[in-house]
Design a protein around this ligand. Structure first.
Ligand code: RUQ
Ligand code: CUA
Length: 635
């Protein structure tokens, strides 16, 4: 199928067919064509049968020809590389990298003053371990505004603005260690980002506690105001937390807990027979917050609510030992907790949770199915036809199963809820279906994020790439269609239809990301859009220059040895894709300046003599000539 004949036309045609319920427009057209050729009017049954054959035969098309655009954006966690990557699906081409917790010399992320401002209190940390990228939603649909992601290594959460695909906020979460599972509130809109702190620590962690007495050790559930990017409140729980997700009603969040024993060693963590899923009642939490029923810890003001066992803010549902992934079904009916050590997943009916909070039923009564799927179930994804897809880490398989039939089996009926098991290569962790964490699950694609690639690619040394496999789930059978090597363990990804995301092509001059730099210029009496000026302020020197391909507005400037120099570059080019850079040789100074952006970087002029600077983003036939000298005088 031609995905898109006119690559600049992003919406329209493709949108119309995307949220269709399983039957693509191509299927309809194909069925219609068959009817016309045979000149026999189709009955509804014939139509359905024919459409089914068509769907089975034609399946999704993975080819995206040169010049054509992908149908979906894939947002990939970059794992312990600390970045986010954008892939096109179904081509699996890497389109962009968004540096987040890492440092990136191409864009100057972590080096420029603008990025250091975003990183705030953790600007000195150059590493990260991101797991779960998730997009903000309105009424259970992706809204294209933000992508949020966690940093397990440094207990941070960051936000990426999807209009420019840059990180614009980052916070370190207090009172906790290791932010792991992260999701967004789906309904009515993403007011809150929710995330789990995995490692339990003493409350307070001020060095006055001990290694022996662990009675004050706790793990907290974290609720972040998505717009302000501040912690709204935290909820103290029993046991440590792993993964989380939200319902489609705006009331409940659920988190898996392993180590309900609060053990400090592996042996101590696997004593109990069961762990649990914690259900959080957002309405009750907000009420408690309003009523001032909270404590604070570690000399900060973040309110911590008590959600330990017996509290009215939470309920604890026992499930088999060490559950891992927690996924809400796209029809909004179930939370699915993935067994990991148990070959089962536990299906929790969200409809029953109100009764659970009213103490009308017992915690285990909220479980409506516990299908046995295979060894090592970690995460589950959903299509729009009532099927679930669960990764089996130990079996290296995806198990496709039918949710309603698993529920019937739990009630004692003899049904085989397993639809298919597909080998993947190898040891899958997360998986994700196209739009499957929203109401718009479309049942077209599934990604299996395999932790091991072993023999699937040319050998590249002892460190192997991961293998992110694309699977066509549009027909009755899952079909593996692509192997994608990726770097440094993407834990999770999400697949967003391209109609949901509308990035800018050039910066707007009043963008908040560089507003502070422009304000500094104004205080210096400099108009960054026209002036090329040096401001000397004691030991500090601020150099303002413009750039228009193929020249900087300033051919040279002079400073003194030991000066703290800030170079501010404003790219006056308005043409899409004419990005300049500023790179100062031998100083570790480099950054990107995209069209209409202002960017700045600060360094110490600690080398005397001539120091060349140059444009490091190829912008023009005379790009090599786009350079100038900084002279550092020794006196
Ligand atoms: S969690 S698979 Cu963050 Cu599963 Cu990695
Ligand atoms: Cu400007 Cu290269």
């Amino acid at each position: 199928m031609k995905k898109n004949d006119n690559p600049t036309e992003l919406s329209g045609e493709i949108n119309a067919e995307d949220s269709s319920n399983g039957l693509s427009r191509r299927g309809f057209l194909g069925a219609g064509a068959v009817a016309a050729a045979g000149a026999v009017p189709m009955t509804a049954a014939m139509f359905a049968a024919s459409a089914k054959t068509q769907a089975a035969e034609i399946r999704n098309d993975t080819s995206v020809h040169p010049g054509e655009l992908d149908e979906y954006y894939g947002f990939w966690s970059g794992g312990h590389s600390g970045e986010i990557r954008i892939l096109g699906i179904p081509s699996m081409r890497e389109l962009m990298r968004i540096p987040v917790f890492n440092t990136d010399s191409a864009t100057g992320w972590g080096l420029t003053n603008e990025s250091k401002r975003v990183k705030g209190d953790s600007a000195h940390i150059h590493a990260g371990d991101c797991h779960h990228p998730h997009m903000s939603m309105t009424d259970g649909h992706y809204n294209g505004k933000y992508v949020f992601i966690n940093d397990k290594a440094n207990s941070r959460v960051a936000r990426v603005r999807c209009d420019v695909m840059k990180t614009d906020k980052m916070i370190t979460i207090p009172n906790v260690q290791a932010i792991h599972g992260l999701r967004v509130q789906k309904v009515p809109y993403t007011k809150y980002v929710i995330c789990n702190a995995e490692f339990e620590i003493p409350m307070n962690n001020d060095g006055k506690s001990s290694m022996e007495d662990v009675s004050t050790y706790r793990s907290l559930f974290n609720v972040i105001d998505a717009e302000a990017m501040e912690v709204a409140f935290q909820v103290m729980v029993d046991g440590n937390l792993d993964n989380t997700d939200a319902d489609y009603d705006g009331r409940f969040f659920a988190s898996t807990c392993y180590n309900s024993e609060m053990g400090m060693t592996l042996g101590e963590m696997v004593v109990a027979e069961r762990d649990h899923v914690v259900i959080f009642d957002l309405h009750a939490c907000e009420k408690a917050l309003k009523a001032g029923k909270f404590k604070t810890y570690n000399d900060n003001k973040v309110p911590v609510l008590d959600g330990t066992k017996g509290s009215n803010l939470t309920r604890y549902i026992p499930v088999p030992k060490s559950p891992h992934g927690l996924n809400t079904s796209s029809d909004g009916k179930y939370f699915v907790a993935n067994g990991k050590l148990s070959p089962t997943v536990s299906v929790i009916s969200i409809k029953k949770l109100a009764d659970l909070f009213d103490d009308k039923i017992k915690p285990r009564d909220a479980i409506v199915a516990e299908p046995e799927l295979g060894l090592g179930p970690l995460h589950t994804a959903f299509d729009n036809r009532g099927n679930a897809y669960t990764t089996l880490f130990l079996d290296s398989q995806i198990a496709k199963w039918n949710v309603e039939e698993a529920i019937e089996a739990y009630q004692g009926k003899k049904v085989n809820y397993i639809r298919q098991k597909l080998d993947v290569h190898y040891q899958p962790g997360h998986n994700h279906t196209s739009q499957g964490e929203t109401r718009d699950a479309d049942g077209k694609w599934l990604i299996s994020l395999c932790k091991f690639s072993k023999d699937r690619f040319l050998p590249v040394g002892p460190l192997h790439p991961e293998n992110d496999q694309l699977i066509d789930i549009s027909g009755d059978e899952m079909k593996l269609v692509h192997d994608g090597p990726t770097y440094a363990e993407p834990h999770d990804c999400m697949i967003v239809h391209r109609s949901k995301v509308k990035p800018k092509k050039v910066w707007t001059r009043d963008d908040p990301i560089f507003a502070e730099t422009v304000a500094m210029a104004k205080r210096d009496g400099v108009n960054v859009e026209s002036d090329n000026k040096i401001i000397r302020d004691g030991n500090k020197v601020r150099v303002y220059m413009t750039s228009v391909a193929p020249a900087f507005g300033m051919n040279d400037f002079k400073v003194k040895l030991g000066n703290e120099v800030t170079v501010v570059v404003t790219n006056l080019d308005k043409i899409e894709d004419v990005t300049h850079g500023f790179c100062l040789t031998n100083h570790g100074v480099q950054m990107e300046v995209a069209p209409q952006a202002t960017a700045s970087i600060t360094f110490i002029a600690d080398k005397p003599g001539v120091q060349w600077y140059y444009c490091n983003w190829f912008c023009h036939a005379l790009h090599m000539e786009m350079r100038g000298r900084m002279f550092v005088s020794a006196e």
